[in-house]
Design a protein around this ligand. Sequence first.
Ligand code: FPP
Length: 249
Amino acid sequence: MTYKEQVDRSRLPRHVAIIMDGNGRWAKQQGEMRVFGHQNGVTAVRQTAEAAAEIGVEYVTLYAFSTENWNRPKEEVDALMQLLVHTIHEETKTLNENDIRLETIGDTNSLPESCRRELLEAIENTKNNKRMALVLALSYSSRWEITEATRKIAEDVQQGKIKPAEIGSDTINDYLCTAKYPEPELLIRTSGEHRVSNFLLWQIAYSEFYFTDTLWPDFNKEEFYKALVDYQKRERRFGQTSEQVLKTS
Ligand code: FPP
């Protein structure tokens, strides 16, 4: 039985977040440059988006470029940006065919102009698609996001739009880039690393984590469904006891 057949479609996570890791090591294993790994990572992105949409996941957020990634060698940063522009351009048609809308979180103003333009165009051209949102985290890090949110809240307090006493956890949520998304129920990280690396720190408070040794370019539909099957075996308690959860479910 395939992993896809084992997925219980009535208990799907609505939102899956993914830290795509291992492109560089995959390339090295093939005796190639790191960029070759990123290029092959695009195939895994396509497979993952299709797999998620086919089964009925509503949101997939991919950590495509972190704030810290700007510190990589210039040639690698440039190559990644070019790859993004090229991929977004090439894939818009497929996104529309699959009824997937492209969205983004992060400091997109810091992206090169060509990349920003391509991104905004693809977002505009796919905005009415209903089946799934593919959210690219670009120039994103949680600490950047939380710092920005804090600054905006402080400004709104200063302007009298909100009172300090009114600030609750929902307020903070509303000021994050992810305000309109449900929290990810599942976080996947590939390549055997067990870290969160500044990704959605606020949003993953109750997420289930799934780690696989598979390097990102080798990740595919069945690997995605395998993660869903594993997720569905877990009991999510949100701080309650097992008995409390069983009573309410
Ligand atoms: C991590 O592998 C991967 C990245 C920093 C970039 C991810 C980008 C892609 C998969 C390609 C383009 C994406 C889209 C959405 C079109 P790494 O380089 O850190 O690998 P390593 O840990 O083995 O060095």
